[in-house]
Design a protein around this ligand. Structure first.
Ligand SMILES: Nc1nc2c(ncn2[C@@H]2O[C@H](COP(=O)(O)OP(=O)(O)OP(=O)(O)O)[C@@H](O)[C@H]2O)c(=O)[nH]1
Ligand SMILES: [Mg+2]
Length: 232
């Protein structure tokens, strides 16, 4: 199997070297047809310098100049530049660990699913590693989402997943494309019946850099859920 790994980043310079080294280690041991595409929303924090020094042709660094910056649009931009048939999305701040990727790629292949979601464990606050308030807000939004759209997903808001490119292409016209929830956006925008599997992943606190999660992002999510509920 072949994979394009899309990593949206905004001011993540402090995490890039560590991420690249653990990610390439996992991938080189696992598959030979892969590429890693970083989509930087014009961070201007020196991230580009990290990539200029690399001589690995499998790693691409794209700068998205469009304003305002947006995570979903960055991911889709990365998708549009990808060359392989299976797409992986993960965060660039090491909260999603490359070691989980190995298990996820294996499960994706074995189950022959359309989407494999790396789910944070929302049953137990300790394991999921979110702050208490954020944990309960996320958990409530998950329940509301499952109820509104008749889904049964443990973590529909996850930013760590593998998807067949064909499924993304079929959903493309209907995408809402705003904010953080590109996985849910794709799931709600495809009219075909798709096979989704979930797998628990480790999710740890961010060590370096800073969170871009803001109240605005939650507001965008509520707007997105309402829009999809009424106009899907
Ligand atoms: N291209 C792009 N990437 C973004 C944008 N906002 C966040 N990101 C990246 O998307 C990933 C997730 O963003 P985070 O800020 O870590 O969000 P989060 O993981 O939900 O929040 P924390 O748990 O607080 O870190 C990281 O790799 C960010 O650098 C954006 O507007 N554009
Ligand atoms: Mg993060």
């Amino acid at each position: 199997m072949n994979f394009s790994i899309i990593i949206p980043i905004y001011k993540e310079k402090k995490n890039l070297i560590k991420l690249l080294s653990s990610l390439t280690k996992v991938l080189n041991n696992q598959i030979n047809k892969y590429e890693i595409i970083f989509v930087d929303d014009d961070s201007r924090d020196g991230s580009i310098e990290v990539f200029k020094k690399l001589k690995n042709k499998k790693i691409k660094f794209l700068i998205r100049k469009e304003k305002p910056r947006d995570l979903s649009k960055s991911v889709v931009y990365g998708f549009s530049k990808s060359k392989y048939e299976n797409l992986i999305v993960m965060d660039g701040d090491l909260q999603h660990h490359p070691s989980d990727l190995k298990k996820m790629m294996y499960a994706f292949q074995k189950n022959n699913c359309d989407i494999l979601v790396g789910s944070r464990n929302m049953i137990n606050n300790e394991r999921v590693n979110l702050g208490v308030l954020r944990f309960y807000v996320s958990k409530s939004l998950n329940s509301i989402t499952n109820f509104l759209f008749s889904l049964n997903l443990k973590d529909p808001m996850s930013g760590f997943f593998i998807i067949k490119k064909i499924i993304f292409k079929k959903s493309k016209k209907k995408l809402f494309l705003l904010g953080y929830k590109i996985l849910l956006d794709i799931i709600l925008s495809t009219s075909n019946k798709i096979i989704i599997k979930e797998m628990f992943i480790n999710f740890k606190n961010r060590d370096k850099g800073f969170s871009k999660m803001r109240l605005k992002i939650i507001a965008q999510l509520v707007y997105f859920l309402l829009y999809k509920f009424f106009f899907r």
